[in-house]
Design a protein around this ligand. Structure first.
Ligand code: GLV
Length: 390
């Protein structure tokens, strides 16, 4: 045998990556301090020092989620991995699952649950809307699900879903309350324990400003009871909570057994991003995101643009959705802004495609200076992009 595929010429060129202002719905910009943390030397994923870093991460997640759950860890992967981790562990084939669909994340959760053979029902609201507790209770009583999924921050539509009272409702119907906080955590108040959330997850690449690739997740005692008394093994070995709990030192066992090779450098970055959040404090971070979002919304309205989410209190401060300006091709606007201003903003996603422009100002990106940059770029784009006569 001989090597017949030559070394690729493209790999002879040095790697070049542009600097961009990442003002889409994520990933957001990663500050130098977090990048440098990730550039520390690789050590073993089973070394004592790595376990200590993982333990610090656990504490940071408990603070960020406002939970005392022992079963708190970070999955190796993005928010989707955590979503699958939650569903694959908490649900068995044939069980009933209810998902609230007011954007793409409810659709995705429903699809994941369907793939493992769950009986999936949905409550659906048009993009931009959300559900009342009465509507949720009606569906819980009708479908008797074992898990109810809700996105706290629907990044595809810019809706911040109210959470109060839903945990209690779920527990009244003997159901676990599963919440996606990928686009919201750190930027918006959320109290996992007090709000009765049983499974909560997020991603590293939004408010946390860490590179994509780790996903904090936490399970309540109630969730653990169900998961550790399953009749069948979860479909995924990689995401099996029995294994993850041991790797993250959450199962009280004296030693850890090799499961998978944790992305140690991503752990360093995640730890640093949690340290930054702890230094600022949750309350200050929530306040800053709220103030910056209000400033942004006022600026957009003064330009004559319309906010997609009508109700002020239902607007997600981390990801703002703007009604796609009439007569323009949204893609031309986002391309123009990228090319001319080196800024990423985005169009809609899933059910909001064609309806909105989305601007994410998350973590260190949430500042009035950055709002001014986006507003200037939008003004310029609306002047220069082609407007049809329709
Ligand atoms: C991804 O999270 C997105 O909202 O585009």
């Amino acid at each position: 045998m001989s090597v017949s595929i030559p070394p690729p010429k493209c790999l002879k060129k040095p790697l070049t990556v542009p600097h961009r202002l990442m003002f889409g719905p994520g990933p957001s910009n990663v500050p130098a301090r977090i990048l440098q943390a990730g550039a520390n030397p690789v050590i073993g994923h089973m070394h004592e020092e790595t376990f200590e870093i993982m333990s610090d991460i656990k504490s940071g997640i408990q603070y960020m989620f406002q939970t005392r759950n022992i079963m708190t860890l970070a999955v190796s992967g993005t928010g989707h991995t955590a979503m699958e981790c939650a569903i694959f562990n908490a649900v068995e084939a044939g069980e009933s699952v209810l998902t609230a669909v007011n954007g793409i994340w409810g659709e995705r959760a429903a699809e994941m649950a369907e793939r493992i053979g769950a009986r999936v029902n949905t409550i659906v609201s048009p993009p931009g809307g959300y559900f009342t507790n009465a509507e949720i209770e009606q569906a819980l009583s009708k479908y008797s699900p074992v898990v109810f999924f809700l996105a706290h921050g629907e990044s595809s539509t810019g809706v911040l879903h109210p959470l109060d009272g839903i945990g209690e409702l779920c527990h009244k119907y003997d159901c676990l309350f599963l919440v996606d906080s990928v686009a919201s955590i750190g930027g918006v108040p959320l109290y996992m324990d007090e709000q009765g959330i049983d499974i909560l997850y997020t991603g590293s690449q939004k408010v946390l400003n860490a590179p994509p690739g780790t996903a904090p997740i936490s399970f309540s005692e109630r969730a653990c009871q169900k998961i550790f008394h399953r009749k069948t093994k979860p479909i995924s070995f990689f995401l099996d909570l029995n294994w993850l709990a041991n790797y993250w030192g959450c199962d009280g066992k004296p030693s850890r057994i090799y499961h998978h090779t944790g992305p140690v450098n991503a752990f360093y970055s995640l730890r640093e991003s949690l340290a930054i959040l702890a230094e600022e404090s949750l309350e200050n971070s929530w306040k800053r995101h709220e103030k910056v979002a209000e400033y942004f919304q006022a600026g957009l309205e003064s330009m004559g643009l319309k906010l997609f989410v009508k109700e002020r209190k239902a607007r997600l401060p981390t990801v703002t959705t703007i009604v796609a300006p009439h007569g323009y091709n949204w893609k031309e606007i986002t391309n123009y802004i990228m090319k001319t201003h080196n800024i990423e903003i985005s169009g809609g996603l899933g059910p909001s495609i064609g309806l909105v422009l989305r601007v994410g100002l998350m973590g260190c990106n949430s500042s009035k200076t950055n709002v001014d940059k986006v507003l200037a770029a939008l003004k310029d784009a609306l002047k220069h992009c082609h407007k049809s006569k329709v």
